[in-house]
Design a protein around this ligand. Structure first.
Ligand code: AMP
Ligand code: MN
Ligand code: MN
Ligand code: MN
Length: 285
């Protein structure tokens, strides 16, 4: 594993808000040259057995994964967990609690959209939901594209269902320390997902990384679909500043919607420690 570079440790299946099954994702990862894969469905582990079996059948080394929704400083931050025991009771209970409330939030989002003249979005979004416990804004976005309100899902997130726009309903997710604790107690490594996406002030970002470290967090996504060159450099620098390992993951959701496919990111810079070096004993192969 010393020469491993093409790890893809962040993507989504129909178990959360992706459009492909764990089996099809495993095949796509393998076909794209991925050498180490993790399926990281939002707030869920119920796809892990399928991902493990599919990766195993393809001879594709695998790390268990999830992406936990966290509320920090009033905004939503995502924490990826890698290499956990995916049957760990504390982790399972925590994720179950985090999923709670999505249903109610979805109904309120739909009511808000009805008030601006777009009725029936809850029922419409349900057609896209693969897991009844995991109704997501992505499913709303797909339905709004289907009915012609927007041309593509990105446009939906610009015009609707984000803060200040119709259909946005604030939600309280897990606490940062809880999410990091569940991952760590289950034997995994916690990673700050796509930090370049959050609209944090420098002080808030410093607080996020300081608290994340204090709770036992050990990694940060440097290479991810949402990052550009400036983010690669900035967060590789954070690896040194905060003594964190670097992760790499496309955040692939769908062939139609995601501009970065599985296994298609640039390599990590040589200056950082890849997160999989902390997880050698957790790799399934
Ligand atoms: P939720 O967990 O229900 O709030 O949904 C969050 C999901 O919406 C993220 O995981 C992304 O998949 C998707 N998302 C958020 N912002 C955007 C965006 N600007 N463009 C496309 N997808 C987005
Ligand atoms: Mn998503
Ligand atoms: Mn995310
Ligand atoms: Mn993601």
């Amino acid at each position: 594993m010393n020469t491993l570079t093409n790890a893809d440790l962040h993507c989504h299946s129909v178990i959360s808000d992706g459009t492909l099954t764990p089996e099809v994702l495993a095949q796509r990862a393998k076909a794209n040259g991925v050498e180490l894969w993790a399926l990281t469905d939002h707030d869920e582990l119920s796809g892990q057995d399928r991902a493990i079996a599919a990766a195993g059948a393809l001879g594709l080394p695998y790390l268990t994964g999830t992406e936990i929704s966290v509320t920090f400083a009033g905004i939503t931050v995502h924490i990826v967990g890698l290499g956990m025991d995916h049957k760990h009771p504390t982790l399972l209970t925590g994720l179950h609690a985090t999923r709670n409330g999505r249903e109610q939030r979805a109904r309120e989002m739909s009511d808000d959209l009805a008030r601006v003249g777009i009725p029936g979005v809850y029922e419409g979004a349900l057609k896209y939901v693969g897991n009844p416990e995991l109704i997501s804004r992505s499913h709303f976005a797909r339905y709004l594209v289907e009915i012609g309100v927007c041309k593509e899902t990105n446009e939906v997130f610009r015009k609707y269902i984000t803060e200040g726009k119709p259909g946005y309903v604030p939600h309280r997710w897990a606490a940062l320390g809880d999410a990091v604790g569940w991952i760590t107690q289950a034997g995994g490594v916690a990673v700050v997902a796509h930090p370049g996406r959050y609209k944090l002030t420098p002080n808030e970002e410093f607080a996020l990384f300081t608290e994340f470290k204090a709770h036992g967090g050990r990694g940060v996504e440097v290479m991810t679909g949402a990052h550009g060159q400036a983010d690669y450099v900035k967060y590789a620098g954070y690896c040194k500043e905060f003594d964190l390992a670097a992760s790499r993951g496309s955040d692939f959701h769908s062939p139609e919607e995601s501009h970065t496919d599985l296994g298609q990111l640039p390599d990590l810079p040589g200056t950082v420690t890849p997160v999989w070096e902390l997880l050698r004993s957790r790799i399934l192969q």
